[in-house]
Design a protein around this ligand. Structure first.
Ligand SMILES: NC(=O)c1ccc[n+]([C@@H]2O[C@H](COP(=O)([O-])OP(=O)(O)OC[C@H]3O[C@@H](n4cnc5c(N)ncnc54)[C@H](OP(=O)(O)O)[C@@H]3O)[C@@H](O)[C@H]2O)c1
Length: 344
């Protein structure tokens, strides 16, 4: 136990269910008390929050793979920080852990599936951008669900985003031809010139169908879908025999109300004997060390690069969440909640 427990905990709570992009008035910022720790609990001080588009889906009414955030609850979100007080044998003060911290300064954690202790000396920022759930989505989604083989063509959307930029690089490491789809020339230039993608299509200015034909002359063997909607439909139209479509996310429709439309080209899965399969990173959490070790090895070999788009201040979390939908980000959107070292 620490004898200098923080007494107050700034939180961002959901006030209204948003429509479309979130607005500041959909949330309230409150100073809550830090609760006393029960047996088996520890207090995690949040340093960084990783902005995930999934957070936006949790703000809607209705059941997803986790329940909706209720009105009045702290917004659920992954993060990384340090243990500052403990009543749990699994944690010591100073331990680094990733968890579902939520949009708040401190989180009560337990030794369970939602909190993972990291080795001493772990750098915090890359835990959000590459070694945490983002890296796991790219790694397991591409390799386990997409199963790319050397020489195959892999297409990835939101290619300059956190997940997509890692997917394309892993596919290159596996010897594939990689074509990205991104929302600006700057993003396309980054993934081709710096990350080594073979080509990138600007979905705002290029003719998607014609560009896919041009850059995927042997059709598409694996499509890693981060966006859904019209882009999913266009790539389904270019699928190769036995092509695999990895459904990682559908950010283009998360803000839509009601029933989402389906892709018109899904019949191509029959003609091309294709497979379309969704996944959730949590499904692979028991293999998290495998993923972290492999990504770290590739990074050490200079084969894996990433960018952080850091937004300063917990109160800017709603603004940071919107960046994923407006496409302002290159790489991982991260909110810095506190300095890396606790004040002494
Ligand atoms: N299944 C899982 O377990 C899992 C885990 C993590 C993430 N995800 C999903 O993976 C996807 C990427 O997440 P991320 O955190 O890595 O975000 P990100 O790619 O860093 O950011 C989102 C990007 O999506 C693109 N985008 C937004 N609206 C779009 C639209 N209408 N049409 C086309 N592109 C659009 C934007 O890029 P452009 O400028 O290029 O359009 C934006 O930068 C999300 O769908 C997320 O929900 C799933």
């Amino acid at each position: 136990m620490s004898d200098t427990l923080p007494t107050s905990n700034r939180q961002v709570r959901l006030l209204h269910r948003p429509e479309g992009l979130v607005r500041p008035e959909d949330f309230e910022i409150v100073e809550a008390d830090v609760p006393p720790l029960a047996e088996g609990e520890a207090l995690l001080r949040t340093v960084y929050l990783g902005m995930d588009a999934t957070v936006r889906t949790w703000l809607n009414q209705g059941e997803g793979y986790l329940p909706a955030v209720e009105i009045g609850e702290v917004v659920r979100c992954s993060g990384v920080g340090q243990i500052v007080a403990t009543n749990c044998d699994a944690y010591e003060i100073g331990d680094i852990a990733i968890s579902l911290n939520g949009w708040q300064e401190h989180t009560v954690v337990r030794d369970d599936l939602y909190t993972t202790k990291m080795p001493p000396g772990t750098e915090l920022l890359p835990m959000m951008s590459v070694f945490g759930s983002t890296g796991a989505a790219a790694y397991f989604g591409l390799l386990d669900i997409g199963q790319p083989k050397e020489g195959e063509t892999v297409v990835v959307s939101a290619a300059a985003g956190a997940t997509g930029s890692l997917v394309g690089q892993i596919a290159k490491i596996k010897g594939c031809r990689v074509v990205g789809i991104a929302g600006s020339d700057e993003k396309c230039a980054w993934v081709v010139d710096e990350l080594g993608f073979d080509a990138c299509i600007n979905h705002r200015t290029d003719d998607l169908k014609a560009s896919l034909k041009q850059h995927c002359p042997d059709r598409v063997d694996v499509y890693f879908d981060n966006v859904g909607g019209d882009i999913l439909d266009a790539v389904l139209g270019g699928l190769n025999m036995h092509g695999r479509v990895v459904l990682c996310g559908a950010i283009s429709v998360y803000n839509d109300k009601g029933r989402k439309g389906g892709p018109a080209n899904y019949l191509n899965l029959i003609a091309r004997r294709g497979r379309m399969e969704g996944f959730i990173t949590l499904d692979f959490w028991d293999r998290f060390p495998e993923c972290t070790t492999q990504l770290a090895a590739w990074a050490a070999e200079g084969k894996l690069h990433w960018r952080n788009h850091v937004v300063d201040g917990l109160e800017r979390a709603p603004e940071a969440l919107n960046m994923l939908f407006t496409g302002e980000n290159i790489g991982k959107v991260i909110v810095q909640v506190a300095p890396e070292r606790p004040p002494t």
